[in-house]
Design a protein around this ligand. Structure first.
Ligand code: 9MR
Length: 382
């Protein structure tokens, strides 16, 4: 009799244990779902790329922030760019023996390799940032370039781009060939390459258009299949003087100079009070206008900062993120949106704009903000 009671008790215990563990499984699976169903799940379904950047801290130590940034990047995003580590200041830090005939050995390819390995591990689209930029150049170039002739600027740029583009052939999906060359309604003049506009090269060619067109041709020569971009800020909304100048410039580059330029990167560093419906619909108009001339128009550095004095809330920021993502992605010629900062804990805004912050979709503790759900809703509704 005693034995029977014991068997019944043991069976009951077993049943209740296995029920508990089934409940635990459900909870556990839900947690896994919440962790693994990132924004990219929705983007992939719609044939789009949603990305973010890897900052220097994480690049140097992939497990920075207790691995939270790493987890966020690989869970949420299917596109990646490096914040600084592929800029010329990092890739060409040491002066090459002959700066007019750069060899692959002169370039810090370890940075490129590390980027590619990480992105490939998680099936991410890879954005190369950046080949030619007036800013973040090596200190030796800052000293020497002002003494160079136009032909020397051409030789330096050609050998750098050719070597870089060939090294990354088939590994990088899209490159910023030239970044931030426009100021208001003209070309930027305070650059290390400005001599190309006032002095002819040895072919007798002169002017920014000619130089920029060659940059694209060299990049294409190194990799026939990579997508090549002009990238800039404050060019997003249709009809401003910088926007008008940019659209005329890229079209001219393609039609009059046969530059193999595939698209424009609209950086999109927005301040919250700028992001009205009218402003965002004008961004849509820019994408359409570029599309009519067969240009891709990607959003390449999106963040929406809130500053002291702004009356807008995180809910307003959600609406703005949702609006820009659905406006851009509803256009076929916008394929990629990259956000410039994994979380409010590691966004460049904090150190560059006094009194501003909260610019990204994840908060200081890497938790999803309303902005995150705005992006998610926009992706789901595509
Ligand atoms: O995110 C970059 C930041 O860490 C650097 O301090 C800064 C220096 O200029 O560059 C930031 O990235 C810029 C990008 O390369 C080009 N567009 C503007 C970005 C924000 O300044």
């Amino acid at each position: 009799m005693k034995c029977k009671v014991l068997v019944i008790l043991a069976t009951l215990l077993l049943i209740s244990c296995s029920k508990d563990s089934a409940d635990e499984n459900i909870i556990h699976n839900k947690e896994i779902d919440e962790i693994t169903v990132g924004l990219k799940t929705y983007a992939i379904e719609k044939g789009k790329f949603i990305g973010n950047l890897m900052r220097d801290g994480m690049f140097d130590n992939l497990q920075v922030n207790n691995g939270l940034t790493d987890n966020l990047l690989k869970t949420e995003y299917n596109a990646l760019v490096l914040g600084n580590k592929m800029k010329m200041s990092n890739l060409l830090r040491t002066r090459p023996q002959d700066p007019f005939n750069i060899k692959i050995g002169d370039i810090n390819t370890a940075n490129i390799d590390k980027f590619i390995a990480y992105a490939d591990k998680y099936d991410m689209r890879k954005r190369g940032h950046v080949m030619i930029w007036y800013n973040q150049i090596p200190s030796w170039l800052k000293i020497e370039a002002p003494e160079w002739s136009a032909q020397q600027i051409y030789d330096f740029s050609k050998s750098y781009i050719l070597v870089l583009s060939s090294y990354c052939k088939g590994k990088i999906d899209e490159w910023d060939v030239i970044n931030e060359a426009i100021v208001n309604n003209g070309f930027r003049e305070d650059t290390w390459y400005k001599i190309v506009n006032t002095q002819a090269n040895s072919n007798g060619e002169i002017g920014y258009h000619n130089y920029f067109a060659y940059l694209f041709k060299w990049a294409r020569l190194g990799d026939p299949n990579v997508e090549l971009f002009y990238n800039d800020y404050n060019i997003e909304a249709f009809g401003t003087s910088k926007n008008n100048f940019m659209r005329t410039f890229v079209k001219k580059l393609k039609s009059d100079y046969s530059a193999p330029i595939d698209g424009v990167g609209l950086q999109s560093h927005f301040k919250i009070n700028l992001t009205t419906n009218d402003f965002i619909s004008r961004v849509g108009k820019t994408i359409d206008d570029l599309g009519e001339s067969n240009f891709i128009a990607n959003i390449t550095e999106l963040d929406i900062r809130i500053c002291n004095g702004d009356t807008q809330t995180l809910e307003d920021q959600k609406k703005a993120y949702k609006n820009i993502v659905s406006t851009a992605f509803s256009r076929d010629n916008c394929k990629t949106i990259l956000i410039w900062g994994p979380s409010d804990n590691d966004s460049w805004i904090n150190s560059h704009f006094e009194g501003c912050g909260q610019a990204t979709p994840h908060d200081e503790n890497f938790n999803r903000k309303p902005a995150y759900f705005g992006i998610q809703e926009a992706l789901m509704a595509l």
